[in-house]
Each structure stands twice: as structure tokens, then as C-alpha cells.
Design a protein around this ligand. Structure first.
Ligand code: 0GY
Length: 296
């Protein structure tokens, strides 16, 4: 299990596209190091160690200012590495945790103080063993006092089954990676139309992320990703987020590691105006993760 990762790109290209001041990478991770922050025994893959210092160096190289660090399944419900990164960031990173139904109020309060603002419910069957809705209802009750939102990760084929549960969620709901559409299908076809209908609800947001995971046409331009992401950015400009997904865990199943500079250079293709790019990279993530810094 320890050899099932690809290393992240050691020296990403400096992007040609310069993000606006204050841009947020709203989906990224930190992992390990495994001797200090051990990986979860129940994990389905082992990631490459990826430290907060390396994440912040990437942030600076790509021209970003802030990060949203998302808990991935390889660390299970032990959020220590993610929380440590938030503390090290000096307020320039917020987090999304994965918690168990037995989480205590003291632990939630400590995570909130460190900068956690949401929980992630992961439904991707190759990553987690399924849990009943009741398990998640217990967590929803506990996070309510903190005003946290919910991030959901699922595959397009499973949206119909989870529709009633997702649409009844009482918080802002952020969907990882556009609900993982099959990019071999048409962006005008019934599968993506269902996702667009889902997005019509004004508490539902989407990350327009992970060309490297979803694309069939492949690097460096990931052309088949663009019409899907652009449709979301243009139709729901105030409810989309962008992120690198660095250090791109579990990509051995896809077979290549992206250069993060390529990913940044896709932004003008998915958000074709300055106004759309400012909302995607600054206004939306600031409203969700740093509302206290956004003028009323
Ligand atoms: C991602 C994607 C993946 C992994 C996880 O929680 C995770 O382990 O999210 C994946 O394998 O699709 O967002 O990093």
C-alpha cells in the first residue's frame, strides 16, 4: 500500500495567467508526514507526504493568497494535519473537516477556533464504506451551532439516489469536482442537465475542479473539462469555487500528475471575463470562508 502514489509535480511552471489579488485556492490538501500525522488504518490509498510549508510555497508560486484545506479519506476522521496547517497559515487558510458522529463539542469548538468552517461527507464508493443518512444527521445537528457548511463528494451516477437527502440539507452545500461528471458524455446531455437542475437550488455550490481527475482528453489543456466548468461558472457565478486539488492524491488510478501551472492557466478558459474570475477566485470563497472580512 505504501507505493500506490504518484509524487506531486516538483517544480510547477509559473502560470501565464495572473490571478486577481486575494485569490483563494479553495480545494487542496496536506498529508502527513506519516511519522507525525499517521494515515488512517482504514484508508483505501496512501498519499504522498505533502506539508503545509510545501502547500504555502505552491500558493505563492501560483500567485494565490489563501487556501481552503480539505480533509481527505486517507486521514480518516483524524484532522490533526489539516488543523496544524490552518494554525501555521496565520489566518490565511480555512479548513473542511471529516468528523465522526461521536465528535464532541470541545473538539468542534477547537477546530472552529483553528479555522474549520465545514464538514465533508464523502460518498465515493472506492474511497469510503457507505454510512446511513442517520449517521450524517447526527453530525448536522452538532455543526449547526457553529454555522458550518457541508461539502459533498459523490459520482454523477449516484446523484439521483442521494437527491432527496442532499436537497434537504439545511446548510450551504458545496459539491466537490462538479459531482464528477462523465466527460465522455455531452455537457448538453441528460447527466449534466441533472446536475445543473441540482445547482438551481440557491444553497448549492460547486467546485469547478479536477480536470486532471475527470478529463479523458488529457493534459496539458484538458479540453473536455472546459465546457462543463464554464457552464457552471456562467450560470451560477456566485456559487462556484476553484482549487488546485494539490497534491492530487490517488492519481495513480488516472496515470499522470499535472503541472499545477497548467491548471491555473485553464482559469481564463472556464471563467472568460475579469468579473467572473474575481467572483470565482476571490468574492465567493471569501464570502464562504472569511465572511468577517467581507464588507456588508
Ligand atoms: C480529492 C479526490 C480524491 C480523494 C479524496 O478524500 C479523498 O480521499 O477526495 C479522489 O480519489 O477522487 O478531492 O482529493
Amino acid at each position: 500500500m505504501d507505493a500506490d502514489w504518484l509524487p506531486f509535480h516538483p517544480a510547477p511552471t509559473a502560470p501565464s495567467y495572473t490571478p486577481p489579488p486575494g485569490a483563494v485556492d479553495a480545494h487542496c490538501h496536506v498529508f502527513g508526514p506519516g511519522d507525525r500525522f499517521p494515515y488512517a488504518p482504514e484508508r483505501k490509498y496512501t498519499p504522498c507526504d505533502a506539508s503545509a510549508a510545501q502547500l504555502f510555497a505552491l500558493r505563492d508560486r501560483l500567485g494565490f493568497s489563501r487556501n481552503v484545506v480539505v480533509q481527505a479519506t486517507c486521514h480518516g476522521t483524524d484532522n490533526a494535519a489539516m488543523v496544524d496547517a490552518l494554525v501555521q497559515s496565520g489566518g490565511m487558510a480555512r479548513g473542511v473537516a471529516t468528523v465522526g458522529a461521536g465528535i464532541g463539542e470541545d473538539d468542534l469548538a477547537a477546530m472552529h477556533d483553528a479555522g474549520v468552517r465545514g464538514v465533508r461527507f464523502n460518498y465515493v464508493k472506492r474511497l469510503v464504506d457507505p454510512k446511513p443518512d442517520a449517521y450524517y444527521h447526527g453530525i448536522i445537528e452538532k455543526i449547526a451551532a457553529h454555522g458550518w457548511h457541508i461539502v459533498v463528494y459523490f459520482e454523477a451516477a449516484d446523484l439521483a439516489e442521494k437527491w432527496d437527502f442532499f436537497t434537504a440539507l439545511p446548510t450551504t452545500v458545496v459539491v466537490d469536482h462538479m459531482g464528477r461528471p462523465d466527460l465522455g458524455k455531452s455537457p448538453d446531455g441528460p447527466e449534466f442537465a441533472q446536475f445543473l437542475r441540482f445547482m438551481e437550488r440557491d444553497n448549492i455550490w460547486s467546485k469547478v475542479t479536477c480536470p486532471e481527475r475527470l478529463s479523458r482528453s488529457g493534459p496539458p489543456t484538458y479540453d473536455d473539462f472546459v465546457p462543463f466548468a464554464r457552464a457552471l461558472v456562467e450560470r451560477f457565478p456566485d456559487r462556484v469555487l476553484w482549487g488546485t486539488d494539490w497534491p492530487h492524491p490517488n492519481l495513480n488510478m488516472v496515470g499522470h500528475m499535472p503541472d499545477d501551472g497548467w491548471l491555473v492557466d485553464m482559469i481564463p478558459r472556464i471563467a472568460p471575463t475579469d468579473d467572473l474570475r474575481r467572483r470565482l477566485l476571490v468574492d465567493n470563497p471569501m464570502r464562504l470562508y472569511w465572511p468577517e472580512e467581507v464588507a456588508a
